[in-house]
Ligand binder design. Structure first.
Ligand code: CA
Length: 223
């Protein structure tokens, strides 16, 4: 799980980085809002969660959130706020933050809120994922496109589901290997490319727009 920590207080940053690593998260740090916006826009593997301080130098946390929500309405964001009951916190929630914790906070409380936020973000509102004209039924594991039902093998549906949960993002081979095959290393095979090929043949039906784009040296993107 990739977590972006947007925080200018070095003490809090090192406390969070150490704690999150120990819990098995992969923490990344942006020390100001401009860097955060840049990292969110350019990350090859998307972040799973953002911890966002509101009191940042230069661009405020609220502005970071505003910009993020213009592009991505689903990435979970937990606000870290210094004061209780301030307008900033309410503003942040109005702008689409998922939750907040008030500093100083207990690390255990933050972890519990992170787990709850990630859980509710992962559970889709319906049983169907939709990207463009491609639909995937999470219950039956059958995809639908161009008026046809598309049967998928287990690895294929896991792979398609991963891409459909991160539409337009570039996903690297190592991320795909770790999420679909649960390898923490690259076994040096072309298994990912082979399976992308299988799915392409199934969903890129004649007359329909091709949906998987190969990003040379980086991975693949579902468009
Ligand atoms: Ca701060």
């Amino acid at each position: 799980m990739k977590v972006l920590i947007v925080e200018d207080d070095k003490g809090i940053v090192s406390f969070l980085v150490k704690g999150l690593r120990a819990e098995g998260y992969a923490p990344f740090v942006a020390e100001n809002g401009v860097v955060a916006v840049d990292m969110l826009a350019s990350a090859i593997d998307p972040f799973d969660l953002v911890l966002l301080d509101l009191g940042l130098p230069g661009m405020t946390g609220v502005e970071v959130l505003q910009r993020l929500r213009l592009r991505d309405s689903t990435l979970p964001v937990i606000i870290l706020t210094a004061h209780e009951g301030t307008g900033e916190k309410v503003r942040g929630l109005d702008l689409g933050a998922n939750d907040y914790v008030t500093k100083p906070f207990a690390f255990e409380e933050l972890l519990a809120r992170m787990r709850a936020t990630i859980r509710s973000a992962i559970q889709p509102a319906s049983n169907e994922l939709v990207v463009g004209d491609l639909r995937f039924d999470l219950q039956t594991k059958i995809a639908h496109r161009g008026g046809r039902n598309i049967e998928l093998a287990p690895r294929e549906w896991a792979l398609l589901e991963l891409f459909m949960r991160h539409p337009t993002h570039v996903l690297s081979r190592s991320r795909i290997l770790s999420e679909v095959w649960e390898y923490d290393f690259d076994p040096g095979s072309n298994v990912v490319d082979v399976y992308i090929g299988y799915i392409r043949r199934k969903i890129n039906l004649p007359g329909l727009e091709p949906m998987f784009k190969t990003i040379r040296g980086a991975g693949y993107r579902l468009i």
